[in-house]
Write a protein that binds this ligand. Structure first.
Ligand SMILES: [Zn+2]
Length: 67
């Protein structure tokens, strides 16, 4: 499963979460510190699945560069 990196908008904590795309879209991810679901997603630079064409780790079918 892909690893996503988030910044909590509530307590500004940065954390990484392994989640399926389905879980991410369903917003099942919450901050481990304050349990807030108000998260800003940021992309990890050392993710092995990072796409060179669009710099996204979750570009899916929307990106022509890596699929
Ligand atoms: Zn938080």
């Amino acid at each position: 499963m892909p690893i996503y990196e988030f910044t909590c908008q509530h307590c500004k904590r940065n954390f990484r979460e392994t989640a399926s795309i389905k879980d991410k879209k369903a917003k099942k991810i919450s901050c481990p510190e304050c349990k807030s679901k108000n998260l800003q997603e940021s992309y990890s630079t050392n993710s092995p699945k990072s796409c060179s064409a669009c710099s996204s780790t979750s570009c899916g079918s929307g990106c022509a560069g890596c699929h």
